[in-house]
Design a protein around this ligand. Structure first.
Ligand code: IPD
Ligand code: CA
Ligand code: CA
Length: 263
């Protein structure tokens, strides 16, 4: 398999899909809700997913495709080559703000992340990676991450996780938020992960993401020496929902030791 070719195709399809999304701003958007009133889906989420899946299945009829909106297939194992696609990550931003949303494409081969593409559409920032062949923002290679002490770190975290919620005792995360230099929340997991890979954020903590939210970002971050695990430092299950803790290696270890895995 030529992974550079696959990366080039994924980048070009993401670019084309970005054009389709930008043009859609002139048309009326149909917004529906899914699992709850805040879980949004639009006609563009479905249209873009269909577009990307058509491209992949035409070029690679034997590859499996897992997409958020269910246009793809049920994928129950990582055997062979699996494309994991989020057509619009940050749909709430797309609907309310028309910015800060991304297309995310991760390609796994026999369980190993090989190609990742995250396209921050409005900023025209294409993050892409081929495993062991470098991570890039547009045409600029992303350097290995430089460690930073927690006191100088910027951590992406949603306020939900430091208020009462059903997934974590906020008392665990409040001291992390207190001690770091600042926090950010962009409302698109793919963008937050891409920003960790680019060194714009030092870590990202969230309690529940689906495969299409993190599939590409994980490959990008690991390529530049960062770590992506669940909140307890364990490997992710690529085909399931996971808590996510991504960050620079030493910072990741320090936060695990001092705040997340201590008794
Ligand atoms: C969502 C975004 C958001 C994250 C949610 C995801 P969607 O994806 O990534 O930042 O907090 O958990 O579901 O629904 O906009 O593709
Ligand atoms: Ca998503
Ligand atoms: Ca989505």
């Amino acid at each position: 398999m030529n992974w550079d070719d696959i990366r080039d195709q994924a980048v070009s399809w993401a670019n084309e899909a970005g054009d389709v999304i930008r043009k859609s701003f002139e048309k009326e958007l149909t917004v529906e809700t899914k699992s709850n009133a805040d879980d949004l889906v639009t006609n563009m989420d479905r249209e873009v997913e269909q577009y990307l899946i058509d491209k992949v299945s035409e070029a690679y009829p034997h590859h499996k495709i897992l997409g958020e909106e269910g246009v793809g297939e049920e994928v129950s194992s990582l055997d062979g080559t699996v494309w994991i696609i989020d057509p619009i990550d940050g749909t709430m931003n797309f609907v309310h703000q028309q910015t800060n949303f991304a297309i995310s494409i991760g390609v796994y081969h026999e369980g190993v992340g090989m190609v990742g593409v995250i396209y921050n559409v409005i900023y025209d920032e294409m993050f892409h990676v081929v495993k062991d062949n470098g991570a890039y923002l547009n045409n600029v290679k992303l350097p290995d991450l430089e460690e930073v002490p927690i006191e100088k770190s910027i951590i992406a975290i949603n306020a939900t996780w430091i208020t009462n919620n059903k997934r974590i005792d906020p008392a665990r995360l409040i001291p992390v938020v207190d001690r770091c230099r600042g926090t950010r929340s962009y409302g698109s997991a793919a963008i937050e992960l891409a920003f960790v890979a680019a060194g714009r954020l030092d870590a990202y903590i969230t309690m529940r993401l689906s495969p299409w939210d993190f599939a590409a970002g994980k490959i990008l971050i690991e390529e530049v020496g960062g770590r992506v695990t669940n909140l307890y430092g364990e490997p992710l299950n690529i085909l399931d929902k996971n808590s996510i803790f991504a960050g620079k290696s030493d910072l990741h270890q320090q936060i695990l030791d001092e705040y997340l895995t201590n008794e």
